[in-house]
Structure formats: structure tokens, C-alpha cells
Design a protein around this ligand. Structure first.
Ligand SMILES: C[S@@+](CC[C@H](N)C(=O)[O-])C[C@H]1O[C@@H](n2cnc3c(N)ncnc32)[C@H](O)[C@@H]1O
Length: 437
């Protein structure tokens, strides 16, 4: 049989239009309309600005600003133009706060909760407000040059950075040394990555490599970790478990004074300030405020909120699916010899706490992954739990979960957006719900 000749797709014709930006999209792009009323997304543009855009098939190929907005300010980072990291640096302070608040308002409105009042964006400031966790890509190009940084927006291209303003200083200080290390570990054309966590007992470094290091490379890694006094250095290839190359000290993170020995690559809130502020906004800042009550912390990780609930005097059950996180939290409980706090390994998507189990608690806190906690909130909505605290990094799944709880008779009392990921398009939310007696 004769094969049909494949027709080449004709490139969409290019046209140039002048547009006025009407608003900001969820990714921080300026949004305008073309002559036919179709939305046009212009990266880096702000409401009220006039731009000329070259369009092909609805996509902006090139854009040039013709008139700027008073809502614009100069980005503080020299890598702003290329780097996909902090895309919202050009927004003036107040406008930036309203943009993030509005993301939460709009998500609630789409879920049928337009009447809910959303508090102004809570900004993290001061000591410990920089990121304590970061993941950077590593690449040695064909010419042998090493690049370290975030991926360019919408592409796999690695934007090489020399500094990063959003991480803690101890992380930023590793940029140049890590490039030197990568030059010795990667062959031209090879890629890897690094995840850095600042624990309270030192840096926990996980290197993602295309293959396991040989003896000589292990010696180099060990020397690197010793020279920078890293608490631990692990390597990982593909989806394999991380392998520890050197551990000088157990990486520990303290939650309300309880030292938890964290596993490599575990979930932590992005900054130390976030641990404190999120607990405060959840109503868990005071010691003893919940004496003798029963509380559940669902999707508990290594115990960020469990230990805050425990310090407030509650008897706590923590539930979490990740084996290493559960073991770490248990080790923290054992080391501190705490009573009245237990952790259970449980997949809450497949096996949510049932209504009878939930009814033992006067307070349930949940902090799920981006997908939200649909299965769990469905049983929660049918429970008698008096107080529910929701923490989320995704306004869309948060709003959906709130609608289920409100449908079950809960009152959504307080919604506070928190700027846990400054200058990115991400926003954290803390909410409190109650059920009348
Ligand atoms: C956003 S993190 C919150 C962790 C913790 N609350 C904290 O603040 O450190 C979400 C947690 O949910 C856990 N998780 C993901 N899927 C889960 C599931 N199906 N059942 C239970 N836990 C799950 C993850 O392992 C992670 O620890």
C-alpha cells in the first residue's frame, strides 16, 4: 500500500496589533483582547499599558511596550528577564498584594463562594523569611560550560544564575561551589539537579546525577561536603532512593522545640517564618490554648502543625502517607518522649478518616498536596467536628474543598492568603471553618 505523503502544517500567519492590557492572568501575564475579542496573553505586561504584539495562531511571538503603567516597578533581580523563578517582580507592592488576594477570591467565586470575605495578603518578613528549600537544575553544555539555575519559563532551557535573592544566604553561597562540583561530575551534554534544604543542624544537599558516582567522584563529593560543613550529602539517580555519601550530623528541624530528624528530600514549608506564621494564623500560636481537646492533623508531613497542636495542649493524631515522613515524625516524638501524640501511616485519598473516626475530634486540620483533599472533606462535611482548619497551596482545590464543607453545613469564618512564595504566581491559604452547636 502506498503511504500518503504527510502534509506539512503551514505556519500560522503572523500579524501585528496594538492592544491595551485589561488585567492580569493567574500566571502573572497581562491579558488583553484582539480585534475579535479573543484573549491575548502578554508576559510581563500590566493593566493599563499599551503594547504592540506580533501574534501567530493566537500566541504572542514578540511584544514591545509602548506605554507603561504606574503599577510597574523595576525588578530587583539581574536574572529577571530570562529566569522562570520570580515572574512577578515588576508589580508595585499594593497591586501585587491585590493580585494574589484576587486569585483566592476568584477561585472561591468559581466554586460558588463569591460572598466569602478574603483577608489582605499576609506578607512574610524579617528573619527566616527567605526560602530554606530550593531545587535548581544543573547542566553541562556541549562546550563544557556549567549552568545552574531555574528553567526558563515555558521551556527546559536552564537559565544560569550567579545569585538568587529569594533563598537564605547559606543556600545562595553554594551557587558558585556547586557549579565547580558539577563541572567535575557531569560530562558535556549531561544534566542533573540539586535540592538544598537548610536544616537546623546544617545544610542537607541532594544531588541528582545521570549515573552513580565512582570512587574518585565520591571522594570529591565527600571533600565538598566537608569543606562546606554540610550536615549530609546524598546522591540520587532517576527514581532510585537517595543514597547518603556523607553524613556529618543528622539533619534536624525543630517544630515548637521538638527536633525531628528529617529524611532526604522531605516536605517542609518553604521558609522558617512560614512554619510560625501559618501556625499563628491557624490559631495554634499559644501554648495551652487547647488543653485536653482532641485534634487530628491530616497530611501531616513530618509534623509541622502536629507539634503546634500538641504545644497548644491538644491530644493529637497525625495521618500521613509518606513512610519516611511518618518515621521521621515518630523519631521526633520518641526523642522528645512526648505523650498524647501519635502518627499513623495512611493514604487519605484511598482511606479517608470516616465520619465515626472524625467525630472523636473537636478540631481537624488538613494541609493536602496541590490536588486537595476531596475524599477526606467529603466525610468531614458529614461529621460533627466543631472546628476545621484548612491550609492549602492551591486556591482552586482549596475552593472546591471549601464548597464541599460549606455544603455540609460548615461556616467559612476566615480566609487568609499568605505570601509563602514571594514574586511567584503561587499563594498559600489558611482558613478556619466552624460548625454551630
Ligand atoms: C503540603 S504537604 C503538608 C505537610 C505538612 N502539613 C507540613 O506542613 O509540613 C502535603 C503532605 O501530604 C502528604 N500526602 C500526599 N498524598 C497523600 C495521601 N494520599 N494521603 C496522606 N498524605 C498524603 C505528602 O506526603 C505531604 O507530606
Amino acid at each position: 500500500m502506498q503511504k500518503k505523503a504527510r502534509r506539512r502544517k503551514r505556519p500560522a500567519p503572523c500579524r501585528s496589533i496594538e492592544i491595551i492590557i485589561e488585567g492580569l492572568g493567574a500566571r502573572g501575564d497581562g491579558v488583553a483582547r484582539d480585534d475579535d475579542g479573543r484573549p491575548v496573553h502578554v508576559p510581563g505586561a500590566l493593566p493599563g499599558e499599551k503594547w504592540r504584539a506580533d501574534l501567530a495562531g493566537g500566541k504572542v511571538l514578540r511584544a514591545e511596550m509602548l506605554r507603561s503603567s504606574p503599577l510597574r516597578r523595576a525588578p530587583f533581580c539581574p536574572h529577571y528577564q530570562g529566569c522562570g523563578g520570580c515572574r512577578a517582580q515588576h508589580l508595585a507592592e499594593d497591586f501585587y498584594g491585590e493580585w494574589k488576594r484576587d486569585m483566592v477570591r476568584q477561585a472561591l467565586s468559581r466554586a460558588g463562594l463569591a460572598m466569602v470575605d478574603v483577608a489582605p495578603l499576609y506578607r512574610l518578613r524579617g528573619e527566616g523569611a527567605g526560602r530554606r528549600r530550593v531545587e535548581w537544575a544543573l547542566l553541562r553544555d556541549r562546550a563544557g560550560q556549567v549552568k545552574l539555575g531555574y528553567r526558563q519559563r515555558g521551556s527546559h532551557h536552564v537559565v544560569d544564575i550567579g545569585e538568587c535573592a529569594i533563598v537564605e544566604a547559606d543556600i545562595a553561597a553554594l551557587i558558585a561551589p556547586l557549579k565547580g562540583l558539577a563541572a567535575a561530575l557531569l560530562q558535556p551534554g549531561e544534566q542533573g539537579g540539586c535540592r538544598i534544604t537548610l536544616s537546623d543542624s546544617g545544610t542537607d544537599l541532594l544531588l541528582k546525577l545521570p549515573r552513580l558516582p565512582d570512587l574518585e567522584e565520591r571522594e570529591r563529593l565527600t571533600a565538598f561536603a566537608r569543606a562546606r560543613d554540610c550536615a549530609r550529602l546524598c546522591v540520587q539517580t532517576g527514581a532510585e532512593m537517595p543514597e547518603t555519601v556523607l553524613q556529618q550530623r543528622q539533619p534536624l528541624v525543630r517544630f515548637c522545640g521538638v527536633a525531628v530528624p528529617i529524611p532526604p528530600d522531605c516536605f517542609l514549608q518553604a521558609s522558617r517564618a512560614a512554619d510560625r506564621v501559618l501556625a499563628e494564623l491557624a490559631g495554634l500560636s499559644s501554648a495551652g490554648g487547647r488543653e485536653g481537646t482532641m485534634a487530628a492533623d491530616l497530611f501531616s508531613g513530618v509534623g509541622t502543625f502536629s507539634f503546634a497542636l500538641h504545644r497548644a495542649g491538644a491530644r493529637v493524631l497525625a495521618c500521613e502517607a509518606d513512610e519516611a515522613a511518618v518515621a521521621a515524625m515518630q523519631a521526633g516524638i520518641n526523642r522528645a518522649q512526648l505523650g498524647n501524640i501519635a502518627v499513623s501511616r495512611r493514604d487519605l485519598f484511598r482511606q479517608p478518616l470516616l465520619v465515626d473516626e472524625l467525630n472523636r475530634f473537636s478540631c481537624v486540620l488538613f494541609d493536602p498536596p496541590r490536588a486537595g483533599a476531596r475524599e477526606q472533606v467529603e466525610t468531614l462535611a458529614a461529621s460533627k467536628v466543631a472546628e476545621v482548619i484548612a491550609i492549602s497551596c492551591n486556591p482552586a482545590s482549596f475552593a472546591r474543598d471549601m464548597a464541599i464543607l460549606v455544603g455540609g453545613g460548615y461556616r467559612l469564618e476566615r480566609v487568609v492568603p499568605v505570601d509563602q512564595f514571594p514574586y511567584s504566581r503561587h499563594v498559600e491559604v489558611v482558613a478556619r471553618l466552624s460548625r454551630g452547636a
